[in-house]
Unconditional design. Sequence first.
Length: 222
Amino acid sequence: MLGLDLSFLNWEIISKFVMNGFIFSIQLTVIATLGGIVLGTLLALMRLSGRQVLMVPATIYVNGMRSIPLVMVILWFFLLVPTIIGKPIGAELSATITFVAFEAAYFSEIMRAGIQSISRGQVNAGRALGMTYGQNMRLVILPQAFRNMVPVLLTQTIILFQDTSLVYAIGAYDLLKGFTTAGKIYGRPEEAYLLAAVVYFVMCYSLSYMVKQLNRRIAIIR
């Protein structure tokens, strides 16, 4: 059908070309998620602190990052940073730093919404017990906010995994690059792109289904 030969992609080709890219895509997703949540939580706390010296820079950072396409941020960082520090830092490291910085803005908004979803009565109760702002957030508010936001955080992680294919623009060897390389070498670019799309679809759909089931369980607990 349409002259496609999907059988060209065997385990030898997968292990030689695709697997390294798949591992990097997973590593990038995990690191960007963890780093983005940590930095995003700090940004959310800064925006909710009520102090202009913290709110203003955090707001500028979040709104600025969310207003620029990710591929442009990737290219800017990859091209401009070496000119500033005087040496290249590599496509993989550049992609990792860029994703953490970029995704932090989105995780910040998720965490801010989660924190604001907690009743003010619990905040006031913590203050009545003599807790500081940091203790109240760490012991009372953030644990509940994280539980409420787990499905949204995981959904954003799935989107992040899809976006890892954009590092192809700076030559990083990700999952898509692995399929593309195999397709070019064996003269089957159409089949390679089709199989890459299938892999992305299966992984993202499976993860989305798991998130949906998790969301139902959390809803029952509530």
